[in-house]
Design a protein around this ligand. Structure first.
Ligand SMILES: [Mg+2]
Length: 180
């Protein structure tokens, strides 16, 4: 069994970084929204290609509150950090971030930067991600999924206890795989 874990919104607190960079509070999060760009007054392209989202921005983002616990759970699996870059600066900053915050994962090549996460979907691969669209395309491609509950996805009603949702999801997939 392989485990793929997303960065932004799961291991990395991108929303807090955006709030700080643009001096806007993204709270309470509007129900049904996923894209932070309009909430910050930009189009999607304007936001991700903004000069303010430099290598330094991506490199200096804080880990989420759950990052340490997530890493301590997934370290026992054949895991990979799986992340989609929006620009070259973003890809470079993400490499720095992993090197600095998760040096073991970096040194062991446990990271994949790609725009096509679904290509890695197999019946014994689980993706943990906070993006409903990524979850859907990974599942459609034959992979297993656990949505990390956040205010911007379908599991928003569980976002006060996201780790419970992840742990029970892992248990469920384990049992399922043994049944097959
Ligand atoms: Mg994400």
């Amino acid at each position: 069994m392989r485990l793929m874990i997303d960065m932004d919104g799961v291991l990395v607190d991108i929303m807090r970084g955006l709030e700080k960079e643009f001096d806007i509070l993204l709270h309470p999060w509007p129900k049904g929204a996923y894209n932070p760009a309009p909430l910050l007054g930009f189009t999607t392209d304007e936001l991700w290609h903004s000069d303010r989202l430099s290598v330094e921005f991506w490199k200096n983002l804080h880990p989420t509150q759950e990052c340490t616990e997530l890493m301590s759970i997934i370290k026992d699996y054949n895991y990979y950090i799986l992340t989609q870059p929006v620009t070259g600066s973003c890809a470079a900053g993400k490499m720095w971030w992993i090197w600095r915050n998760l040096p073991k994962a970096y040194a062991q090549d446990r990271w994949i930067i790609t725009s096509a996460k679904y290509v890695l979907a197999t019946p014994d691969t689980i993706l943990i991600d906070d993006c409903d669209n990524n979850i859907k395309s990974f599942q459609d491609a034959g992979g297993r999924v656990i949505t990390f509950p956040r205010p911007w996805n379908k599991y928003r009603d569980r976002c006060d206890k996201p780790m419970e949702h992840v742990i029970s999801g892992l248990e469920w997939h384990h049992a399922e795989m043994q049944r097959v």
